[in-house]
Design a protein around this ligand. Structure first.
Ligand SMILES: Nc1ncnc2c1ncn2[C@@H]1O[C@H](COP(=O)(O)OP(=O)(O)O)[C@@H](O)[C@H]1O
Ligand SMILES: O=P(O)(O)OC[C@H]1O[C@](O)(COP(=O)(O)O)[C@@H](O)[C@@H]1O
Length: 315
């Protein structure tokens, strides 16, 4: 059983347009609505691949009810903590050539009592000793930037491995505090918390080792079209394949993380599957979830201890 926490879930609305023209009326050629938010996306992928999961989320308003309904339709078990504010809508505009423009709303303002109720719901799940807890996405207004520090502490107390995919100050705080089993940033998110650009593999590995030295176990660093790096205290692996023309990159990172969680075996094999999951996600519209037949690990190359002098963009 894998428990996910999405503190700021969303209804993800994707509109397809031929070419986005700013300041003009654009007509969409297709539209999709998916239950969204990073932890929820992880749970959706897990369910699609037959793994047991529970998604913990705050839910308020008619859109919150709709979100829970959409999760139910997809067979995702949810613990919805009632909150007064409305669940947000995030908008994605996908152009014919694959360029994706995303507008994410800030989300509702949670009271201190609502935040406590959300953490209590997570603790209730941790008492059942799941295989892992994954917390992912941004924080809603009113949630303290230290929320994931608190959640990591709880996971540690129950001996449950803890994966984290977030950004900015909440990521920086959790990393500095330690106790995260797997940190899943993309290159921009990692660069932001270490305060320098990541140009080469060496830059990325140094930044990931800084995260590990702060008391965290491993870093799964996704690099968009350039694949992903897995960095542990002693080893580094890179995995990737030929660049793809994306249909929608939304949810690719979440799908990558889910693929890593689903894969058994050695770190290199897990990374290979994770990247295969991410690649499958970009070929689907909106945040549609790839199924088992969409995953092609054989198209993904793995390199142990990649050359530190290589530019990330050359991978
Ligand atoms: N254009 C692309 N071509 C091939 N694979 C891609 C492309 N964009 C994303 N991916 C795959 O999706 C994964 C996650 O994408 P990334 O953009 O790094 O994540 P995030 O959504 O967290 O920013 C990458 O590691 C890669 O495997
Ligand atoms: O919580 P945030 O950072 O606003 O992100 C939420 C958005 O991220 C997503 O989970 C997609 O994430 P990724 O593209 O990083 O995988 C969307 O479903 C959702 O709209």
């Amino acid at each position: 059983m894998i428990v996910t926490l999405t503190p700021n879930p969303s209804l993800d609305r994707a509109l397809e347009v031929d070419e986005l023209v700013l300041g003009e009326v654009n007509r969409a050629t297709a539209s999709h609505v998916h239950p969204g938010g990073k932890g929820i996306n992880v749970s959706r992928v897990l369910v699609r691949h037959g793994a047991a999961t529970v998604a913990v989320l705050p839910s308020g308003g008619a859109d919150g009810a709709r979100l829970v309904e959409l999760l139910g339709e997809r067979g995702v078990a949810a613990v919805a903590v009632p909150v007064a504010g409305d669940v947000r809508t995030n908008l994605t505009l996908v152009e014919h050539g694959g360029a994706t423009t995303k507008v994410n709303a800030p989300g509702p303002e949670l009271s201190a009592a609502e935040v406590d109720a959300l953490v209590a719901a997570v603790e209730d799940q941790l008492r059942r000793r799941p295989d892992a807890l994954v917390a992912a996405g941004s924080l809603p207004v009113g949630a303290p930037a230290s929320l994931f520090v608190r959640v990591a502490g709880l996971a540690g107390r129950y001996g449950v491995p803890f994966g984290l995919d977030t950004s900015g100050e909440p990521l920086a705080r959790a990393v500095r505090s330690g106790g995260v089993t797997l940190v899943k940033p993309n290159d921009e998110e990692l660069a932001e918390i270490v305060g320098r650009d990541l140009v080469t593999v060496g830059d990325a590995v140094d930044a990931a080792r800084w995260v590990i030295d702060a008391g965290n176990r491993a870093v799964l660093l996704s690099l968009g079209a350039h694949g992903a790096l897995l960095v542990t205290h002693d080893h580094t692996w890179w995995a990737g394949g030929d660049p793809l023309v994306p249909v929608s990159t939304v949810g690719a990172g979440d799908t990558t993380l889910a693929g890593f969680l689903l894969a058994g075996g050695d770190p290199a094999g897990r990374l290979q599957r994770a990247v295969a999951f991410g690649r499958a996600a970009v070929l689907l519209p909106g945040t549609a979830v790839p199924g088992p037949h969409d995953i092609h690990p054989e198209a993904v190359r793995v390199v142990a201890e990649p050359d530190h002098d290589l530019a990330l963009k050359e991978l």
